[in-house]
Ligand binder design. Structure first.
Ligand code: LHQ
Length: 267
């Protein structure tokens, strides 16, 4: 008997276009629910992107009608890891990698983001939503607590009380409300979403990459520091920014009344 060659769809699709690396969660039949392979591959792709000069912006999005439905609930029974070990092995390194990445990470939320998928949606440096997207802190439906950073991120966006309510009732937040609540920066029409995200990402990719890396570093540190610590950190990082060619280019462009050119092939 001849057997057909088995072809596997990658769990993460990658596309590099105009300095924008798009990482697409690719389990559309399950609304891109996450298994270990998806989480570990996504984290590895992000780490590799950090080292690639050609990548100036990373976009994380979902294939099909969902963004990410959180943990694949068909993939949890019989596993040999505790919940704690599982989080340390998969979700926590992913969220830490996004936060520590020296490049802007856009989460392009094309559809429903639930559970750890909601945490992932919130973890982007900039969050772009399609009109039909929604977010559900769904964990309490299965009597778990929010993880993958939601307990840290959500109260900082909406305050303790609203965060608790969203988590306790697992209410669905739709795009219009998400924008008002600060869960996303922009909402684009569903039918032009992917093009609008690419155009936005390309605009960001033309900005000074080194300065944005330092800006992210300073902001992330300042989220958990005092004003005094933030002022000291700014003084250190401003020196690093000022010593870079991007600064000279920006000032030169201003004086010459021409647009600054921050993209050089060597990065
Ligand atoms: C799914 C899933 C899913 C498998 C939809 N798994 N198939 C961390 C560490 C350790 C352990 C546990 O968890 C965590 C973190 C977490 O993320 S916990 C939270 C896990 N996620 C959920 O509880 C969400 C479950 N899904 C839903 O509540 C709904 O599917 C939402 C609200 C996301 C979307 O609802 P609908 O738009 O009505 O779609 P649907 O329910 O019909 O789903 C479509 C398909 O996707 C369906 O499959 P089928 O074969 O019937 O078409 C679902 O079974 C499948 N799917 N989420 N998490």
């Amino acid at each position: 008997m001849t057997s057909e060659p088995v072809t596997h769809e990658p769990v993460i699709r990658t596309e590099l276009k105009a300095h924008v690396l798009t990482l697409t969660l690719n389990r559309p039949d399950k609304l891109n629910a996450a298994n270990d392979e998806l989480l570990l591959t996504l984290t590895r792709e992000l780490q590799q992107a950090d080292a690639q000069a050609a990548v100036r912006v990373v976009v994380i999005t979902g294939a099909g009608r969902g963004f990410c439905a959180g943990q694949d609930l068909g993939d949890v029974s019989g596993r040999d890891m505790t919940f704690t070990e599982h989080l340390h092995h998969t979700y926590n390194p992913l969220i830490r990698t996004i936060r520590g990445l020296g490049k802007p990470v856009l989460t392009a939320v094309n559809g429903v983001a639930a559970g750890a998928g909601a945490s992932l949606a919130l973890a982007g440096d900039i969050r772009l939503w399609a009109q039909g997207a929604s977010l559900i802190e769904v964990f309490s439906n299965i009597a778990l607590i929010p993880d993958s950073g939601s307990t840290w991120t959500l109260p900082r966006l909406v305050g303790y009380h609203r965060a608790f309510e969203l988590m306790a009732l697992a209410e669905r937040v739709r795009a219009e409300d998400a924008l008002k609540m600060g869960l996303c920066e922009h909402v684009f029409p569903d039918d032009t979403f992917r093009d609008d995200v690419q155009a936005y990402a390309e605009r960001l990719a033309a900005r000074p990459a080194h300065a944005l890396k330092l800006t992210k570093q300073a902001l992330v540190a300042a989220l958990t520091s005092t004003l005094d610590e933030a002022l000291d950190q700014e003084a250190i990082l401003q020196q690093v920014a000022g010593d870079h060619w991007e600064h000279e280019e920006g000032v030169g462009a201003f004086k010459a009344k021409r647009p600054a050119q921050f993209v050089r092939e060597e990065g």
